[in-house]
Design a protein around this ligand. Structure first.
Ligand code: DX5
Ligand code: ZN
Length: 229
């Protein structure tokens, strides 16, 4: 039996925020479902952002559940501390480890939800079995590393596959999309079956970030039968 419609989740990405004013920028998206925090190590991706000290400070100033997206090598070593610190969801990349199940287990044991991220060119099939051990599937719709890139619609069949498996009761995961989500792309992503939409520039690049969160949520809800407000 198909699952009843759920409210679309919007996860503003602070990668597009002013890093000198992170507490205020976090407050500016009050009402968001998750706060998406992009951790990059200049190794797994060719960019460097922030790590544990900033996450720990942010956790003290916000009640929005934190969604840590780790674009880092060796997640088996570095991911669990984000869960221990109090992140709600900790997502690492399938391409970054040989033992994703063990990393997911450690994240969950430390009290967070565990997410698996796949780059645009990474197929889903090899991971479908192990997704039973995850709470979140993050499908990248740009190459990880930078905000403000163009949405890659070719990833949508992966969203459709995940949606089908969730609706059939074979997987219990939240389907999240990340990269290039804005008022021109969110409807296609919603129609394909996304539950949670990461948006960086579309939220922080406008005058009123909280209003952008609301309007993206409304747009997503209208575009898909599996979502409603
Ligand atoms: C890219 C990051 C994204 C990025 C999204 O590597 O994972 O979360 O911040 O930014 P926009 O929405 O601007 O594409
Ligand atoms: Zn991200």
């Amino acid at each position: 039996m198909p699952k009843p419609p759920a409210t679309p989740m919007i996860a503003p990405s602070i990668l597009a925020a002013d890093f000198a004013r992170l507490a205020e920028e976090t407050a500016a998206v009050a009402g968001a479902d998750w706060l998406h925090v992009d951790v990059m190590d200049n190794h797994f991706v060719p960019n460097l952002t922030l790590g544990m000290p900033v996450v720990e400070s942010l956790l003290k100033v916000t009640d929005i559940p934190m969604d840590c997206h780790l674009m880092i090598a060796a997640p088996e070593r570095w991911a669990p501390p984000y869960a221990e610190a109090g992140a709600h969801n900790v997502t690492f990349h399938a391409e970054a480890t040989d033992n994703p199940i063990a990393v997911a287990r450690d994240i969950r044991a430390a009290g967070a939800k565990a997410g698996l991220a796949v780059k645009p060119g990474t197929p889903l099939e090899p991971y479908l079995e192990i997704l039973r051990d995850f709470d979140t599937l993050l499908i990248m719709s740009v190459e990880p590393g930078f905000g403000g890139q163009k949405f890659i619609p070719e990833v949508l069949p992966k969203v459709e596959t995940a949606r089908r498996l969730v609706d059939a009761g074979e997987l219990k995961i939240l389907v999240e999309i990340d990269g290039g989500i804005n008022d021109e792309t969110i409807e296609a992503a919603a129609a394909a079956g996304v539950d949670c939409f990461v948006a960086g520039s579309a939220v922080y690049g406008v005058e009123e970030p909280a209003a952008a969160v609301r309007s993206l949520r409304e747009q997503a809800a209208k575009a898909s039968p599996h979502l409603r407000l």
